[in-house]
Design a protein around this ligand. Sequence first.
Ligand code: GLU
Length: 445
Amino acid sequence: MKVNEVMAKLEKKYGHEKEFLQAVHEVLESIEEVYNQHPEFDKANIIDRIVEPDRIFTFRVTWQDDKGEVHVNTGYRVQFNNAIGPYKGGIRFHPSVSLSSLKFLGFEQTFKNALTTLPMGGGKGGADFNPQGKSNAEIMRFCQAFIAELWQHLGPDTDVPAGDIGVAAREVGFMYGYYKKLARENTGTYTGKGMTWGGSLIRPEATGFGGIYFADHMLKTSNIDIKGKTVILSGFGNVSWGAAIKATELGAKVIAISGPDGYILDEEGLNQEKIDYMVELRTSNNNVVAPYAQKFPKAKFFAGKKVWEVKADIACPCAIQNELNGDDAKALVANGVICVAELSNMGCTPEAIAEFIKAKILFGPGKAANAGGVATSGLEMTQNAMHLNWTREEVDAKLKQIMKDIHGACVKYGTQKDGFINYVNGANIAGFMKVARAMLEQGLI
Ligand code: GLU
């Protein structure tokens, strides 16, 4: 397999799907050497098969706003690969949603889910719908219209969606409620459900918790204690909220969060009251972070600026793809960053990753560092299948172990001769080997 040849073929076919091509290129570069040591993979043409989704559903979503106006959005579900379990992955409602972004997310999800050690395949879905400023009733109508098209392709052993950007417990509730009505069943189809109807404790915090557990493991390989380290986070959604809770609990100091309007610098560090306020900001429907500086006047708001200019020990992108570019990475490295954990999916551009690897800092790619969310979804599926609930402590202990195992897999496959751990290679190779072997064993399907 030659990366250039595979990429040339894909570019010819999917040249306009930039994010998808970016995600594939990163994986192929990492696995090229290992793949070429396994002629049995090439004989079964695993490469051409693994970069093509099993199937894609595209559909029109028609819904009515509160004024009676009729709107149309495009809905998607990309069932990428189910070699190791039912399709599993979130639903994203965001204006940037396209086939390219959902194909990249489904592709990434396949390897991320493989890394979790749980039996889950990869999928992703969503719509180019902007939930900002919509009323509760509008959100419900949209969710129902979306699921009316998709429900037949879902099921607890077929395809299990969850939340992602723009989709949290409320939206999962509206989608799952309608699914249940149409499918005439009450099973574990959908994770991230409400706690009284099958949801798992810790699921809302899980991506952030898992990300900080992962960062802690990375730091430990360099004998660095997370205690007292400064942390900057982008976003103020579920992911950065969970990360802020866990980082603070472990004794680190979260000094910055951000929104689309700029960032907040709070040198005192976040505490419980401020972390709770992140949730309030999120539910206010304005999607801006500026009010934080009015509520806590010692904090400063920097309008229109990116949080990566802040000097910190640990940086975690927690928002959207390609939110941290090469210049941002240079600024972080110049400011002495020790560890970057990608809690958003493909949060860093290839140029940014190259800067981190060149500087030999601890860089945890999303497939590994943000896998705690979907791993806890896997735990929710297990609880649903067994018809019982685990305690907070039980779920957290399992999540901790999973993050430790993912870290171990990255170290196993990513440690270079000079001792540097290339977590990008480690995560890509470990995830790929598992999926490729499963595909091989299941024949040409
Ligand atoms: N959207 C999350 C992710 O990117 C979670 C998916 C899930 O829980 O299925 O991994």
